[in-house]
Structure formats: C-alpha cells, structure tokens
Design a binder for this molecule. Structure first.
Ligand code: FAD
Length: 393
C-alpha cells in the first residue's frame, strides 16, 4: 500500500496499491497495459478538485503532472496541442506569447487541463460553452494500452471523449481551439437579491460573462460582469470594484476556505424558479447555511455527457464549509434541482446512478457504446464509475 490520497475538500480518501507518475505517453501506455494484464483498475487524477470519488482507486492511481506543457501552437489556426497534465494556471502566459487565450474559464485555474475537460468544467456566459467545447482533437491511451488519436473529423468519438470522466482512457494530449489574447474589464458590486433577480435576464443578455453569488445571511447578491476591452489596466487603477487585466488573470479567484459543493445544470428557462425554490429551502429548513449560492449560464452543446447537451443552460451551485455537515442540505436540494430538469455537474456531489442518468442524457447510450468499445475489460471503472455506467436499467 502506498500513501493515502485525498481530494481537495477532503470528501474522498483512498489508499491505492500503486501510485504512478509516468513522464511520457509511452510510460502511460505501459502502465495501462500492465494493469489491464493483471486485471487491476487504473484511475487518473489531475488536481483532485472533484468532490466525488471519480479518482478513487484501490489499485493503480496515476498522475500526469510530468506529462505537462504546450506541445505545439498553430497561431494562424488559433489552436494549440497541450499535454493533458498541464495545470490551467500554467497556460495563460505561454499562450499569450503566441497571441492566444482560452475563450472562457471557471472560478479557479488550479485544475489540470484533462481533469477540467473530462468533467465539463465551465465558466459563465450565455454564448459560451464549457472548456470541453473547445476541444478539437485529443490523444488517449485506451483500456488495452493502445494509443488512440481522435481527430477533428471523428465527430462520433469527439462527442464521447470531450467529457468522459476518465472512463474511456487516459488523455495524454488535448488540442484546443483558442481565441486571440484579450484583456477583461471586471466589475463587481453588491445589491439586494431581489434587485439582482429583477435585472437577471437583461444582464445575462447584455454581458459576455455575468454571474452572481447570493449570500443568504446578508440577503445580498454579489454580481460580477466581465467584458473584453482594449483599455489598459491603468485606466481602472484605483476605481473601486473595477479592474482591467489579461483574461487569464481576471477569471480565476483564490479559494482559501475549503468547501463541498453540489451543482446542477438546468434548462435556462428553469433557472429563476429553481433558484427561488432553493432560496426558500435555505430560508425554511437550512437557515444555518451561510455559504453562497452561485448562478451562471452556459451555452448549449452536442457533447454526449455534457450537462449542457442540447440546451442553453443555467448552472446553480450550493456550498457548505468542508468541516461542516452538508448531507442533509444537499439531499433536500437535489430533488428541487431534479424537478427543474437538472443534470448534475460530474465533479460535484450528487446521488444519481446509471438508470437516472440514462433518462437525463439524450446521447447516453452512444457514450456507453463507445465506452464498451474503448475499455471492454473495465480497466478504468472504479466503484463510483460502475455506479454511473453499469446496471444501466
Ligand atoms: C475550488 C473549486 C472551484 C471549482 N470551480 C469550478 C468552476 O468554476 N466551474 C466548473 O465547472 N467546475 C468547477 N469546479 C469543479 C472542477 O473544475 C472539476 O471537478 C474538475 O474536474 C477538477 O479538475 P482536476 O484537475 O482537479 O480533476 P480531478 O478531480 O483530479 O479529476 C476529474 C476527472 O478527470 C479525470 N482525469 C483527470 N486527468 C485525466 C487524464 N489525463 N485522462 C483522463 N481522465 C482524467 C479523473 O479521472 C476524474 O474522472 C471547482 C472545484 C473546486 C474544488
């Protein structure tokens, strides 16, 4: 047995028999081949920022920290091939040197590229899809240890592999569609939640990236709006609640306090009513929870396991401090999300299993067929993933 592995929030712990840090695609393939031969399970972890046991392994646990860096850039095409273990915070400056940037980012940038892509990690913006929608090609080591290149022409495989929870193979390189480097003008403000809700549609429509956090104890919404700008950082120096900087410096925040989280992706029209129901739940049954509720938007896509598959989406997240009990609150909130047509964020807490998920995802069977083909022996299935993909009902 090697050392205990724990995720960021402390909600998942495992003691893998073997922890590996391959330094190349070939070494990844060797590790998968020998595990498959011995009927051992392989799980990969990136930064361990998922709240559910996606990465947990009693057998082999692999880190791709040494398979990191930018492999190649095609500035003219606006694309870069990036090794899968790269951390998002290591991409901003090198891409900017080529005049390129990620189109959108989430709240933090500590995730690995492969981890973020594999769970459909997203930021906010009505017209902007998750990071997975930016994937145009990739390489992975499949269940029998062979290298598979998924090219831009492989629509079928791309639809399955852009969000795959590490259940199809170990991603080793990801080619991303990028945009010309840009600066963002950030505005943050506070206002009563009812004022925020009365202007919600208008702000979502008018802003490239709009989101709010509602703090139940104060009743205030903390709004954030980001717009691309040609203005210089100095133009906003000293202005309260505003700043201008490179996009990759503006998107991420630093999360010093650990928490657990549940997030559901809803059809966009359901967002306001679902938020109202969660607000009522927190007023009546969980008034002790002081952590905020986050409200974001994501564009529709056609990725098999993307929570935004086939529909413009509102993502609502609830939180509780990592050291406090979250189960009763999340268990009460989940039926509300489901009643509004919600699909869970793959990296965040939920209780759904194969039969429930199959009903929520129009392309579920397609993903499962690809999974059976690329990993027929179940090398990548731990207990959590078996619950998601086996016994489909
Ligand atoms: C503080 C915090 C902030 C967050 N903010 C956001 C946000 O703004 N938006 C959002 O959508 N989510 C957010 N999340 C969720 C987070 O982005 C996802 O859980 C993401 O998967 C974490 O990336 P990771 O590198 O830590 O992946 P891990 O949790 O380590 O792994 C996630 C999944 O990816 C798989 N994986 C990792 N590497 C590989 C590989 N090389 N090949 C194949 N599979 C692989 C793992 O097996 C696992 O299934 C946040 C989480 C935290 C803790």
């Amino acid at each position: 047995m090697t050392a205990t592995w724990t995720n960021w929030s402390g909600s998942v712990e495992c003691r893998p028999a073997q922890q590996l840090e391959p330094a190349s695609e070939e070494e990844v393939a060797d590790a998968v081949r020998s595990a498959a031969r011995e009927n051992r399970t392989v799980r990969v972890w990136g930064s361990g920022h998922s709240f559910v046991p996606l990465c947990a392994s009693d057998d082999v646990l692999v880190s791709l920290d040494r398979v990191a860096g930018i492999e190649s850039v095609d500035a003219e095409q606006g694309e870069a091939t990036i090794l899968a273990g790269s951390k998002l915070h290591d991409l901003g400056e090198p891409l900017a040197r080529h005049g390129l940037a990620l189109e959108n980012q989430g709240d933090v940038d500590v995730q690995s590229l492969a981890g973020a892509v594999s769970t459909g990690t997203h930021g906010t913006g009505r017209a902007l899809g998750s990071l997975s929608t930016q994937v145009v090609a990739l390489r992975m080591i499949t269940g029998n240890g062979t290298l598979l290149e998924v090219t831009p022409a492989d629509d079928d495989l791309l639809a399955a592999s852009r969000v795959s929870l590490g259940a199809l193979g170990v991603l080793t390189a990801i080619r991303l569609r990028l945009v010309p480097a840009y600066r963002l003008h950030e505005r943050v403000w506070q206002e009563p939640i009812d004022t925020c809700l009365s202007r919600l549609d208008e702000r979502i429509a008018a802003t490239r990236h709009y989101e709010f956090f509602w703090y139940p104890r104060t009743g205030l919404a903390h709004g954030k709006a980001l717009e691309p700008t040609d203005a210089a950082p100095d133009d906003m120096r000293g202005v309260e609640g505003e700043r201008i900087d490179h996009s990759y410096n503006v998107f991420p925040t630093v999360r010093e306090n650990r928490f657990n989280e549940m997030e559901y992706a809803l059809p966009a029209d359901e967002g306001p009513e679902c938020f109202a129901a969660i607000r009522e739940l927190m007023r009546t049954r969980h008034a002790d929870v002081t952590w905020p509720v986050e409200y974001r938007t994501v564009a529709a896509d056609g990725i098999d396991l993307s929570p935004a598959c086939g529909r413009p989406t509102v993502a609502i997240s609830i939180h509780q401090a990592a050291q406090l009990e979250h189960r009763a609150f999340f268990a009460d909130a989940e039926p509300i999300f489901l009643a509004h047509g919600g699909r869970p964020h793959w990296g965040k807490m939920h209780s759904l299993r194969a039969p429930d998920l199959a009903r929520l995802y129009p392309r579920w069977d397609h993903f499962c067929r690809v999974r059976d083909r690329l990993d027929p022996g179940g090398t990548f299935l731990n207990k959590h993933l078996r619950g998601l993909f086996v016994n489909r009902g």
